[in-house]
Design a binder for this molecule. Structure first.
Ligand code: TEU
Ligand code: CA
Length: 532
């Protein structure tokens, strides 16, 4: 049985916003807080009751806000603190929650802490970062190259797990722990309801190993941040490379007072070597990961997070679905596979209209630092055409194009020139068009979320898998007391799927055709109450 706090958080449905690309309210081509405030009813109608904002703090934007120069102020382009207060009030007025993105592992090198720290060994910020005379190991940065950079001002090397301008904070310094606690408290006092914590696994390090993260003091630091009275009510989700259940228990067991849940990446297969290469990922492997983690989290009374997209990933239908002739079917089928399981749904902007990956003929239109650095390195061993194909497939920009609100000028995102090129398919796939269509992905999500809301069986009910591992489809039931529901999600091929019981007519289905004969079309899905 989940603890009471987790049971209530299980009712949250979280929509992730990439503020830079969601809605521009003042025509400067950059999405902003007021733009988000203006779209809250769109989200409320979808059935969302919480919003997670990617970082909107002061930042020089080398990594679009994940390089923070002031944790307590708003990025100039996104608006002011008054705009943020108004957004929080507008959310709460609609009974919606706000989750902020906390980036505790690193700051921008333009943060005053780093600017002071680099001055030398005898100032209060000297030990805020990791400084070495000699490079202590051969760790590499996630955005390519060595993770160590020589700073000529200080005459020493500092660690940057990501871009050169993202210096890793030294959590072994109690002043850093205190500064980050104060940051959390500042936002709690503003009324935020929770945090998504960036690369939480990296805040404790052991330089003698070859893994950057999962250091010996990780749980102590997480507890320092969120195990306090002031933070006890928060919802917290850590982005983490956790791969086994014991480690997840250490992070999320209720009695440990650490985190509510984690984002695990098994099912995204986003290993750092593989993300730019189309993989033989299939719905089958997605199903297997989903089942594995569902069973483990259920067994150990952990709160699970259900997500398939974010701002670092190409939309799922372009990774493992069919983003052309079966776009609607695969988008809705995958939604049923994932979001009728037990856990908290996270929906990334655009996912609710079945947005796909984009495609461009030139590297010049890409903005993302990871994509640009990888392209440069790919070109050392392959042709520019091959390198560009990889970037088109895996670039984080695939998830960062302006939200396509309509097929008109700038996709309805802005009256000015957007900061990044429009999605290459925005005229074909946009909110206005989706809502007007008889095959609306948004309407399907809406119906799915309404179904969850109306039936506790989809929240607390036990999940049992009916399909066998070799079956090219996914069938599971959810059971609570005397109530049982079945969810059938077919994969790519048409086939007959027989159920061991009879059901009422489906309440949720992506195709309007009677599947009474048990034959399911490609990507057809349905959820129905079992007649007991
Ligand atoms: O990403 C963490 C991370 O581990 C990345 O390497 C991620 O796997 C990569 O972006 C996939 O291409 C987080 C944020 O989600 C990301 O946007 C930030 O750039 C990164 O931290 C640094 O803060
Ligand atoms: Ca703007």
């Amino acid at each position: 049985m989940l603890c009471e706090k987790y049971r209530s958080q299980l009712r949250w449905v979280i929509y992730q916003i990439y503020p830079r690309s969601f809605m521009d309210s003042n025509g400067d081509g950059i999405g902003d807080l007021n733009g988000i405030t203006g779209k809250l009813d769109y989200l409320k109608d979808l059935g969302v009751n919480a919003v997670w904002l990617c970082p909107c703090y002061k930042s020089p934007n080398d990594d679009n806000g994940y390089d923070i120069s002031d944790y307590r102020d708003i990025m100039d382009e996104f608006g002011t603190m008054e705009d943020m207060d108004a957004l929080i009030a507008a959310l709460h007025a609609r009974d919606m929650k706000l989750i902020m993105d906390l980036v505790p592992n690193h700051t921008s090198t333009s943060h005053p802490w780093f600017q002071e720290s680099r001055k030398g060994k005898d100032n209060p910020y000297s030990d805020f970062y990791y400084w070495f005379d000699e490079i202590p190991n051969d760790w590499e940065a996630c955005f390519r190259g060595s993770a160590w950079e020589y700073d000529p001002v200080r005459g020493q090397y500092y660690l940057h797990s990501f871009a050169i301008s993202q210096a890793d904070l030294n959590w072994n310094n109690p002043a850093v722990v205190k500064a980050m606690q104060d940051t959390v408290d500042f936002w709690v006092d503003k009324g935020v309801d929770g945090f998504r914590i960036d690369v939480i696994d990296m805040i404790s390090k052991d330089f003698s190993t070859n893994a950057n993260g999962f250091g010996p003091r990780l749980h102590e630091f997480i507890h320092d941040l969120f195990g306090r009275k002031k933070t006890a009510h928060l919802f917290t989700v850590g982005e983490s490379g956790v791969q086994d259940i014991d480690e997840m228990i250490r992070h999320c067991a209720a009695e440990r007072n650490e985190l509510s849940t984690l984002f695990l990446f098994d099912h995204m297969e986003c290993g750092r070597t593989g993300k730019f290469t189309p993989r033989p990922d299939t719905l089958k492997s997605l199903r297997d990961y989903l089942v594995h983690w569902q069973q483990e989290t259920e067994k150990h009374d952990l709160l699970h997070s259900l997500f398939i997209e974010n701002h670092d990933q190409t939309p799922i239908i372009s990774r493992i679905g069919n983003d052309r002739e079966k776009r609607y079917e695969s988008a809705t089928d995958i939604a049923a596979m994932v979001y009728l399981l037990k856990g908290i749904p996270f929906i990334y902007q655009g996912q609710e209209i079945g947005m796909t990956g984009a495609h461009y003929d030139s590297i010049d239109v890409f903005d993302d630092i990871e994509s640009i650095n990888y392209y440069r390195d790919f070109c050392k061993t392959m042709s520019p055409e091959e390198a560009l194909a990889k970037i088109n497939f895996g670039s984080r920009d695939n998830a960062r194009h302006p939200m396509a609100w309509n097929g008109g000028e700038n996709g309805g995102f802005s009256t000015g020139k957007p900061w990044i090129v429009l999605h290459s398919r925005y005229q074909e796939i946009n909110v206005e068009k989706d809502l007007a269509s008889g095959r609306s992905v948004y309407r399907f999500y809406q119906a799915l979320l309404a179904l969850r809301k109306a039936n506790d069986v989809f929240l607390d009910g036990k999940m049992d898998v009916l399909s066998a591992p070799e079956d090219p489809y996914f069938v599971f039931t959810r059971t609570l007391g005397t109530e049982k529901w079945v969810v059938v999600c077919n994969f790519e091929e048409e086939q007959k799927i027989e159920l061991p019981f009879s059901c009422e007519a489906p309440v949720l289905a992506n195709l309007k055709r009677p599947s009474a004969d048990g034959v399911y079309a490609p990507y057809e899905c349905a959820a129905a109450k079992v007649l007991l």
